[in-house]
Design a protein around this ligand. Structure first.
Ligand code: NAD
Length: 494
């Protein structure tokens, strides 16, 4: 069984005799494959101290040298991503090609951060007042903490650390305790790429580690991704101690299908986005909003495709793998019970014929779901797709806008006017037109609205650069003797 422990100041720090341990399982077999150390406050403070001590040296490392390390990291990651994908599949359960997909999306952000020299450029205005110039700087903040969820053990940390590190910050990553090994692999890769010890640290743990991070005076910023209640808690606790916090929360993503759409495309999209990664994606579609006129045909097309899905061990490249834990599998099955009891039509029941070992459920499809049912109101985070029928576009839009979450949404239509109207009118952060999972490419910003994001900054892209730096505007005077001498008055632009 693997012993998984913290990476602090360039080396593994083994668990002590009194360290609490968490179980890591292979969700495809149910077998316990590792034990992860759960940090107490002192261990977490040790990681923060290492990052604090590494900060001055890294901040003062030239952009040329920092960029060279980023390029080296990108090359190593690209060459060895298969190893990382296998680690993800073994602890998370997702299909191997899907694990490679998440690495590719993280790598995009690494590539974006390789251009940090241009992204940190300031501006300059000459002679704003007589003989007075103004220019701006972007400076790193210090120690940046990252607290990440189980569902993207590589991509979500990679939304943040490439930009944070490139901009001259140091990092403490607290990954999910359910699939912790990807973080250690990434830490070792940074060392191989030439990153100085202490710039990237990993501390494993749960609430005890998170609370130490949130209250530490030495942590300047927190990037959190996880469920909405914890995102809100992290935002409120972190900002109360003066930190910058971006806290991305849960989701309930709707896909509106208009009668003029290509129904085969829409059905493919619903299946891919509803059941991919067993529905354990914050950008998964969990509600198909079907205009009544085409609802019967659409449900039939979705069911027909779903029946062909192969469920199994992600390492053997089926269509869909298991859920993360037995407890989560049981919770999702409980929602299926509740949906059936509440009167939704069970078109496909994922509780039938599940493999005996591992934490599996088959895909479930509900029709005639109404907005008061728990399968509609709650984020299920499993392979359960609900169809809600509406009379037309306006009622569909109203339903989506009334939902407390606002992470992603999509419209399926061949009407360009309807698509433009939707992208303007829908109150959701990321919108797809005939694209069901509209995750923006790495140089645009990622982030939802409403209960899907707390804090007004977003993960990566230009917004990420702003998050990890503080802007500064400098007003400077030329050395002109006619403007010398004391002047204690409020500066004016004369
Ligand atoms: P989670 O909220 O349970 O855990 C996220 C992180 O918070 C983990 O590192 C965990 O150790 C820590 N944590 C858990 N409970 C805590 C507590 N009481 N106090 C302090 N820290 C705590 O989320 P999860 O189950 O790992 O991930 C799934 C959730 O993440 C879903 O809700 C999903 O929608 C969301 N998610 C959102 C996005 C996004 O971009 N908005 C992306 C991926 C996942």
């Amino acid at each position: 069984m693997a012993a998984i422990s913290h990476w602090i100041n360039g080396r593994t720090v083994p668990a002590g005799p009194d360290t609490r341990l968490g179980e890591v399982t292979n969700p495809a077999t149910g077998e316990v494959t590792g034990e992860v150390a759960l940090a107490d406050a002192a261990t977490t403070e040790g990681a923060i101290r290492a990052a604090t001590e590494a900060f001055p040296g890294w901040r003062d490392t030239s952009l040329a040298k920092r960029t060279a390390i980023l390029f080296a990291f990108r090359e190593l990651l690209n060459a060895r991503k298969q190893e990382l994908a296998e680690i993800i599949t073994a602890e998370h359960g997702k299909v191997l090609s899907d694990a490679l997909g998440e690495i590719a999306r993280g790598q995009e952000v690494v590539e974006f951060a390789c251009g940090i020299a241009g992204l940190l450029k300031g501006g300059f205005s000459e002679n704003v007042s007589t003989t007075v110039d103004v220019h701006s700087l972007r400076q790193p903040l210090g120690v940046s903490a990252i607290i990440s969820p189980f569902n993207f053990p590589a991509m979500v940390p990679m939304w943040f650390f490439p930009v944070a590190i490139a901009a001259g910050n140091t990092v403490v990553l607290k990954p999910s305790e359910k699939d912790p090994s990807a973080a250690n692999w990434l830490a070792a890769l940074w060392q191989e790429a030439g990153l100085p010890d202490g710039v990237f640290n990993v501390v494993h743990g749960d609430k005890a580690a998170v609370d130490t991070i949130l209250t530490s005076p030495d942590v300047a910023s927190v990037s959190f991704v996880g469920s909405t209640p914890i995102a809100k808690y992290v935002y409120e606790t972190g900002t109360a101690t003066g930190k910058r916090v971006q806290a991305l929360g849960g989701a309930k993503n709707h896909m509106l299908v208009l009668p003029d759409s290509d129904l085969d495309l829409a059905a493919d999209a619903a299946v891919n986005a509803g059941y991919g990664a067993a529905g354990e994606r914050c950008m998964a579609i969990s509600v198909v909003v079907a205009v009544e006129q085409i609802a019967d045909e659409l449900v039939e097309k979705i069911a027909e495709r779903t029946r062909t899905l192969r469920v199994g061990d992600g390492a053997t490249e089926p269509d869909m793998g298991p859920l993360i834990t037995a407890a989560h599998r049981d919770k999702v099955a409980g929602y299926i019970d509740a949906g059936a009891e509440a009167g939704a039509t069970v078109v496909l029941d994922g509780r039938d014929d599940v493999p005996a070992d591992g934490f599996f459920l088959n895909p479930t499809l509900f029709d005639h779901v109404s907005p008061d049912m728990s399968i509609y109101t709650d984020e299920i985070f499993g392979p359960v797709l609900s169809v809600v029928r509406v009379p037309g576009y306006d009622e569909g839009l109203e339903l989506i806008n009334a939902n407390p979450y606002g992470n992603g949404t999509a419209i399926f239509t061949n009407d360009g006017g309807a698509a433009r109207r939707f992208e303007r009118e829908v109150e959701v952060g990321m919108v797809g037109v005939n694209v069901p999972i509209p995750v923006p490419v790495g140089w645009y910003s990622f982030g939802g609205w409403k209960n899907s994001l707390f804090g007004d900054t977003h993960a990566y892209g230009e917004e990420g650069v702003h998050f990890f730096t503080r802007g500064k505007v400098v007003t400077s005077r030329w050395l002109d003797p006619s403007h010398g001498g004391l002047n204690l008055g409020f500066p004016t632009h004369d």
